[in-house]
Write a protein that binds this ligand. Structure first.
Ligand SMILES: Nc1ncnc2c1ncn2[C@@H]1O[C@H](COP(=O)(O)OP(=O)(O)OP(=O)(O)O)[C@@H](O)[C@H]1O
Ligand SMILES: [Mg+2]
Length: 145
């Protein structure tokens, strides 16, 4: 179950907790961790409006990608420092289907992720990505509280 682990992260506090658990599990013969961030395409839907305010040369998507890459390399280093072999992946789309797609194409043996993400709509509520992935994934899913 712990051979090849998919770790999707939105860099939220909840997904940082999943990273802490991965670090604690680093001595459990994990072969590889695939750290995935999905650039949520729904967030860019609004950038089209910005043109009407005539802000030229503003590359929002490029700026987000830059900061995602920076965060990714900091978190990757934390995992590597714990002795884990890490593959990083940044894709674009809707998080839930993308996570399932990467899980299948990398033939992962399990998925570890946060119970919630950034929304924190209600402390007790399970995030929709966490809920859908755990319902549809072909492998075991660890949701970190
Ligand atoms: N864009 C993403 N890329 C990779 N992993 C993600 C992404 N969004 C969420 N996740 C993973 O899913 C976990 C749960 O997040 P989820 O999106 O379900 O909760 P939420 O953001 O609080 O709620 P919602 O998105 O339904 O409003 C996160 O801790 C993270 O591990
Ligand atoms: Mg979310």
């Amino acid at each position: 179950m712990l051979k090849k682990i998919l770790y999707p992260t939105d860099f939220s506090e909840a997904s940082a907790k999943a990273k802490d658990e991965l670090i604690k599990m680093s001595s459990c013969n994990i072969e590889e961790v695939i750290m995935l961030h999905v650039m949520d395409e729904r967030l860019y839907a609004y950038s089209a409006y910005i043109d009407s305010f005539s802000i030229d040369n503003l590359d929002i998507q490029g700026e987000i990608l830059k900061s995602v890459k920076e965060k990714m390399s900091v978190w990757e280093k934390e995992l590597e420092d714990a002795g884990l072999k890490v593959i990083t992946k940044i894709t674009e789309g809707i998080p839930f289907p993308q996570i399932l797609y990467i899980a299948k194409s990398f033939e992962v043996s399990s998925i570890i992720m946060g119970y919630q993400g950034h929304s924190k709509v209600e402390e007790m509520l399970l995030g929709s990505t966490a809920e859908k992935v755990s319902r549809k994934a072909p492998v075991s899913v660890i949701l970190v509280r």
